[in-house]
Design a protein around this ligand. Sequence first.
Ligand code: MGD
Ligand code: MGD
Ligand code: SF4
Ligand code: MO
Length: 844
Amino acid sequence: MDEADRISDIWGARTPHARDESWPVRVDMHLDGDVGEADVDRWVQSACVLCSNGCACDIAVKDGRMVGVRGRAQDTVNHGRLGPKGLYGSWQWSRSDRLTRPLVRENGELVKSDWDTAMGRIVERSRALLDDVGPLSHGFYTSGQLFLEEYYTLAVIGKAGIGTPHMDGNTRLCTATAAAAMKESFGSDGQPGSYTDIESCDAIFLFGHNMAETQTVLWARVLDRVHGADPPRVVAVDPRTTPVAEAAVATGGVHLAPMPGTNMALMNALVREVIHRGWADRDYVYAHTLGFDELAATVEPYTPEVAAKICRVPASDVRRAAEIFGTSPRVLSTVLQGFYQSHQATAAACQVNNLHLLRGMIGRPGCGILQMNGQPTAQNTRECGADGDLPGFRNWDDAEHIDQLARLWNVDPLTIPHWAPPTHAMQLWRYAEQGSIRLLWISATNPAVSMPELARIRAILAREDLFVVVQDGFLTETAQYADVVLPAAMWGEKQGTFTNVNRTVHLSDRAVDPPGEARSDLDIFLDYARRMDLRDRDGAPLIAWTDPEGAFAAWRECTRGRLCDYTGLSYEKLRGGSGIPWPCNDEHPEGTDRLYADGVFPTDPGVCESYGHDLLTGGSLDERTYRALDVRGRALLKGSPYTAAPEAPDDEYPFAVISGRTAYQFHTRTKTGRSRQLRRAAPEPWVELSVADAARLGVAEGDVLCVESPRGSVQAPARIGRGRDGVVFVPFHYGYWDTPAGRAPGDDPHAANELTLTEWDPVSKQPLFKVAAARVVRVADGTGPAAAPTTTASAPARPGAVAGTVGGPGAATQERVGESAPPPAPPTPEHTPGVPRHEATDRS
Ligand SMILES: Nc1nc2c(c(=O)[nH]1)N[C@H]1C(S)=C(S)[C@@H](COP(=O)(O)OP(=O)(O)OC[C@H]3O[C@@H](n4cnc5c(=O)[nH]c(N)nc54)[C@H](O)[C@@H]3O)O[C@H]1N2
Ligand SMILES: Nc1nc2c(c(=O)[nH]1)N[C@H]1C(S)=C(S)[C@@H](COP(=O)(O)OP(=O)(O)OC[C@H]3O[C@@H](n4cnc5c(=O)[nH]c(N)nc54)[C@H](O)[C@@H]3O)O[C@H]1N2
Ligand code: SF4
Ligand SMILES: [Mo]
């Protein structure tokens, strides 16, 4: 057993191995203070909810409190490992300043109340609005951080009970583009690839994805290949020098650092090179795809030189990256926010799908596509239809799909809103701004920090005519605007399931009691349904279940025969061993490691989740046009020309400003900000700029800078970092909950979203957090270096210029290499369950 400081050593000890060998087990454990492993009363099965990786863990319980975590050796996702957030951030918040009672607004102030009063106020307002205005007065803005059972219950309440199309998640800000890109290319959401592809790939491409900081355990898995025999080459597409970019250089791959907002030009050039150099698999393309000629014509103008000029990268690097993709036998790709939070998000993400389809690299070991998720349960928001989707990946525009849901829920099909696409979050907030949504129920998200253009969001939340319900474990920046605040039980305090990036479903059991009167989100939603007396067409209660397991059983029925088939899963089956990837049914009782082995995709009308869109304009295809394509289970190769971003640097605002994450904080820090080790590692915001830009502006490390966009400004110390010239980076984690008392929100701004703009991708409707222009002004001398982490992408350009980020004795973590191995991944079926079979398309 070794001890490690997992603040300074983010990825832990290496366990290198060769290609096609399984990833060794290493069990990581961190316990509070002087609690020893033998002192723990109980270990309770769960999985970490501080990112989409979904690392399985057991929660240590002592005297009725959470006191630490230990990775689960037997789980196929993490083989025992946990990262810094999982180790230190997953549980420490539970003892701090939680909401313990409902709050209601009295004479302008939030005051402590009780459940009857708080729910009574919501129900009274809800009924009055339904009577006076109708269902369109109700908006639900939820999360990627609740549990599957909670989303499904909320979806049924909203769609079959209230009948409003205005329901979406913060998943719109997060992985709407992942879903959209998979719908456009493959006909449905559903991750084609698997984590096991890391073990067998020859190259790994990370498109706008700083995996080293944002899925640290998955990156440890990559590092163990990189440090083993026959390592894969890494290609990083990111304007910053992230640890991923460093690995690209170290493995003989390429670091492409495009100017923010230019991904599409680069992708078109990569696709063009693969076609021009004869690296496309003509047979695969012919048999399993549609749209090759149009795609080839669309990318034709994008020579490496053209892309190089737009992206400001060397043309030789574009060629080299294309060559690695075109000549490696097995390529794994991952895509995340550097692509998804940009103006041609879906179009760019689809080009990654296209590269794989062109090379016939899908459904085989080592050839995965991971259109990543970010939040731990975002997959469930999408599949349960608590966002702008329908449950079970059903198509809102397919009358038979609506009928299926109406039969399942025993309601009139007309109750279920389907005359137009479900409302996306950006539009939902717009309706609240315009006054048509008058009740906004916000659960498990903190939009007063995480939405773009915060001054506008604050103004909407503060509207007199908007009744705001906030359901959270803490009194967040958003909660301070609420009319009613509902105290929620959180992870470890309630039971439920959730699904990670590679479709693996985990059960999380209740380890401890929630604080005070806090209730699970499921209980809150069920209580609302009961008090509203929501009924089906026979007068029976609309929601028949009363607990998580009952909700799970109902959900299982909803997925029968669909791609996300859960019918083979149960709480019992998920207990004791590893998480299990869907589809899981009678035919595939152990689940499915990867999809689409036979090259048949869920694109047929009647099966598909969407009839698709024009990637450039977002215009949607109707059923007739789609049927005329005669897709017959083939994937769609869709393209788009590159267009310039809606906001680009100019004389007045000469910098591109981007925002994102550090390894040590999660989002608006309600959990990680309450962890001693993590808070110390990244205590304050900073502004990262390049050496040349700093010199030009006369800025020294730690000087206070003001970054100003047309919408607002942020002040923070300077980190002279390793990014490219002309680009500044601001972490988006820091809101204002810990600003000095007496200050109004926005007075001392340091939230990155003071700067961002209200614009979104035309297909996925995901906002453009990575596209904005700003000027940078030095406002004061610093008092020392910025407190930005030195272990990650924010490392100073001059090594040694700043004291290193360390955790100290309180961060001691045990690592045990080589405990019992997890079960092998379930086999990849010849044919993907839930996708109709097709004879191989032969047009020769
Ligand atoms: N530590 C930590 N981990 C997390 C989270 C967290 O808050 N903290 N959140 C989780 C969630 S919800 C998500 S969505 C994921 C996000 O995970 P990531 O997408 O990896 O994280 P980001 O830092 O938002 O953005 C990734 C990279 O995009 C780059 N980028 C910016 N603009 C562009 C561009 O125009 N083109 C390209 N190619 N790249 C660009 C940035 O330089 C940045 O390094 O992380 C998950 N994991
Ligand atoms: N500028 C900029 N903005 C961004 C991004 C960016 O890269 N740049 N990234 C975007 C992305 S990808 C994301 S995912 C969002 C994240 O943005 P948010 O979702 O707003 O951020 P969180 O801090 O995770 O908020 C989740 C809230 O849910 C609460 N919570 C946790 N568990 C539970 C539970 O079980 N029940 C209830 N009721 N509450 C719970 C937490 O206390 C917290 O207040 O931010 C987006 N905003
Ligand atoms: S990689 Fe993600 S899921 Fe795993 S321990 Fe870290 S934060 Fe948790
Ligand atoms: Mo996210």
